[in-house]
Design a protein around this ligand. Sequence first.
Ligand code: C2E
Ligand code: MG
Ligand code: MG
Length: 355
Amino acid sequence: MIIEEAASPDEVEQFIGRLMSELAKEYNIEQRSLFATFSVGVAFWNRDYASAEDLLRDADTALYQAKRGGRNRYVIFEQAMQENVSRFMEVETDLRKALGRNEFRVFYQPIVSLGDGRLSGFEALIRWEHPVHGLVSPAEFIPIAEETGLIIEIGDWVLEESCRQMAEWKAADPNLSELWVSVNASCRQFNQPDFVEGVIAALDRTGLDAANLKLEITESMMVDNLDLIVDKMERLNGLGVRISIDDFGTGYSSLNNLHRLPLSSLKIDRSFVNRIEAGGESEEIIRTIISLAKTLQLEIIAEGIETPLQASHLENLECRFGQGYYFGRPVDAEHARGLLSADRPLVAEQTLQFA
Ligand code: C2E
Ligand code: MG
Ligand code: MG
């Protein structure tokens, strides 16, 4: 859209505001009502532009930014955006090739029972072994994978690889029947209509018992169609797959939603854990989350435990499970196997050597 005779940038912004609220309404298409939102990128022409294409490119960059910012908004182009977008597109191109090139790895971080410090499960955490950039953290590429939809394929891969690994460990040691692996499921992945079928297929192909698998989802997912989510969770639950809410306390789950969901556990976000001190605000929050979990009959897992003090503090608050650098960093499958055979409590000294 070209706005030719605007008196000021303000006027353009007002126009866009009106445009968006006009367009963002309910549409009835084939007896379904659909809600649409709009993202807008704006570039102002000035004499530095040599061509219309350049102006359009910048508007497009701003549009990209609007979508990344969560959609349903407008963004005005600034020069600094160009760099961001180039980086984003570079990662996107590489991500598309990474699966085929077998560049992803699953790392495993121990989850221990705080009472005796023994291994109870692992969280599966993806790593990307980039041929040029080395080990890339998921914080850097998961959002991009999510946005481009690549997360669906990547997530399927992590799920199957984690199940395969766990089944292999179990087959080698009959004492591990209770051990679980927790796999993160992204919102977009969970919302696939055939997500549950995918989980069933992964369990079938790898021979893992559903009881040895947990899925971690985040609170932010619960803003969407709750009935659909409850339905999927119930089907998973029926299979015996347990579900945890990850990063609990940082999102917006209403209590009303929470009690409708067939959950097995809440993971307390590490932002509370690393600020925990006797009598402090974080302690109060953790206390509240734990008593909420008790009421709802859910297990509690504290994330991000880095010191023995935090561990003992949480244990005193009757938090049953813990995870964090104090017990062990995420390690590759081979090192994780070493932890399985260690028939004693995990402490940092013992596991850090693998990090
Ligand atoms: P998350 O699921 O909350 O995973 C916990 C993160 O906290 C991991 O970061 C872990 O390495 C880190 N962590 C664990 N203990 C400590 C500690 O004591 N101190 C500190 N500072 N950090 C600790 P990581 O592996 O970088 O993963 C980041 C996030 O990326 C994960 O957060 C999860 O949301 C996402 N992610 C990782 N793997 C996958 C995956 O396979 N699929 C999806 N959809 N998301 C994934
Ligand atoms: Mg997680
Ligand atoms: Mg977490």
